[in-house]
Design a protein around this ligand. Structure first.
Ligand code: SF4
Length: 135
């Protein structure tokens, strides 16, 4: 998590304190949300403003997990989302991926899920999955 704190004032304004994760400088951002108005302070560049706005509206994270396979010698296959996934839907995504069985053979980067939960985000293999010997 990159959120390091949050406050709310009597006017309904929510202030979040974040570390920008877009580069190693890690600027400390203050993101104020009042209705549909969002302002970002503390960023040294425009990437930080984009990051703060995204975190306020819909935080995204890389989705990294494993799925079951049909190869008993390699019973789990590491997978990832091709781009960052909505944080609010990660548990739902994990449940959906629990039902997946990766069928060998697969190569790193092969697509296992084309459109996870209707987000348009693909799930791809992070490793090769060989056929079981003798098949
Ligand atoms: S605001 Fe810009 S300089 Fe600062 S951490 Fe984010 S990307 Fe890096």
């Amino acid at each position: 998590m990159n959120e390091v704190g949050a406050d709310a004032d009597a006017g309904g304004r929510i202030v979040k304190y974040l570390s920008c994760a877009r580069c190693s400088r890690g600027c400390h951002l203050t993101v104020s949300v009042c209705g549909d108005r969002i302002s970002v302070a503390g960023n040294a560049c425009s990437n930080g403003e984009d990051y703060g706005r995204q975190e306020a509206m819909e935080p995204l994270r890389p989705l990294l997990t494993t799925v079951a396979t049909d190869n008993p010698l390699h019973p789990r296959l590491a997978v990832r989302s091709e781009r960052d996934f909505p944080l609010s839907r990660v548990l739902e995504a994990m449940e959906a991926l629990d039902a997946i069985i990766a069928r060998a053979p697969l190569k790193t980067g092969d697509v296992l899920v084309e459109n996870l939960l209707g987000t348009g985000i693909r799930i791809v293999a992070r490793a090769d999955l060989p056929l079981t010997s003798g098949r």
